[in-house]
Design a protein around this ligand. Sequence first.
Ligand code: PMP
Length: 381
Amino acid sequence: MMKHTLFTPGPTNVPPEVLLAMAKPIVHHRAPDFDPIFKQACENLQYVFRTKNPVVPLTSSGTGGMEATVTSLLAPGDQAIAIEGGKFGERWGKICKAYGINCHVEKIDWSTSASPALIEKLLKDFPQAKAVFTTHCETSTGALTDIEGIARVVAKTNAVLVVDAVSSLAAEPLETDAWGVDVVVTGSQKALMLPPGMAFVSVSPKAQAMIEASPVTNFYFGLKGALKKLAENTTPWTSPVSLVVALNAAVDMIRKEGIESIWARHKRCAQAIRKGCEALGLNLYSQSPANVVVALTVPAGVEAGKVVKTMRDRFAMTITGGQEELKGKIIRIAALGYVEEFDVLSLVGALEMALRRQGYACEVGAGVSAALKSLEETMPA
Ligand code: PMP
C-alpha cells in the first residue's frame, strides 16, 4: 500500500471535509443561492488575513495575485523596490519588468532575509518608490522576513507595502491590520488546505487610493473593478464556485482550531523537523528559518535528487529539492496545512531510511527520537 502525503510547500494535502464540499452540485454564481456562500467566503478571508479590509478573490494561482497587484497599483514608468532573496522575491522584479515598472531589485544573500533597516535605507535611496515588494516566507530558501518591522518603516512614507504571503498566510503569524500591511497576497493551495486555483489579495485604504488614482492598464486582473464588484458581494467574472464552497469548508476547520493554534502547530511541527534533521547531521540553509518550510543542506556524498525520489517513489512522501542556484544543494520539507505532529515522525523516519540507503551514516532512530523529544516538550496537554 502507498498512502501518499505531501510534505511540500504547496500544493498541500486537502482534508476529506473540503474534498466532499467540492463534490456538491454547482450553483450559479449570479443566482441568490450563491450570495450567502460568497458573503461567508469574504468574511472567512478577512478572518484568516486578520483584516477588516476587503480581500479580493481571483481565479488564478498565487502569481496571478502578484501580477494583479503590480498592474493595479502601478503604471509603466512608476518607481518601486523589490527584495530578491530567492525565486519568489525575484518574481516581483520580473513582473515589474514585464509591465515597464521602474523597479529597483535589491538582491540579498539567499540564506538571509531583508531587515527593516535595509528597507529604510532603500526608501531613502529611492524616495519616489510607490511600492515595496517583499516576501513573507521565501519558499525557495525557507527564510522568514520581519514584516512587522518592515511595515513600521514603510508606513512612514507614501509607499505601500506589498507582501507575498502565498506560502505563509495561516501558517505564520501575519497581522495585516495590526502591523499595517497594505497588500497581502496568498494562494489557495498552501495553508488554506485547498486545491490550487485561487489567489486572494487584501487591500488597505492607502493601497485602494493608489489603485483608484492609477491609470488602468489591466483587464481581467484589475483590482479596481474587482473591489467595486466586491462591495456588491460579487466578482466581475465567473467565480470558481466549487473552490469558494471549499474555502468555506476549510475556514470552518481553521476557525474551529483557531488561527493562533494553527500558527503554534506549524511552529511545533517545523521545530520537530528541524530537531530531527539536526540530529541526523543535516544543517539548516536559512539564517532566519520559517515554519512554513524547512530547507536543509544535504551532507557531502548525498544526492538531494535521490533523497527526494526515494521519499516519493518508495515511501509515498513528497518533499522537494532546491530551485535554480540551490538545485542539488538543499532539500525542502513542509508540514504545511493539513499536517499534524505525528505525520512529522513518519516523515523523519522515512528521511532517515532514504539517507541510509545512500550510504549516509546515521544511527537508526536518531532523527525520530529527537523529533519526538521536541514534540514531547512542545505539545500542549
Ligand atoms: N510566492 C511564494 C512565496 C510561493 O511559495 C509561491 C508558490 N510556491 C508563489 C509565490 C507562486 O504561486 P503560484 O505557483 O500559485 O503561482
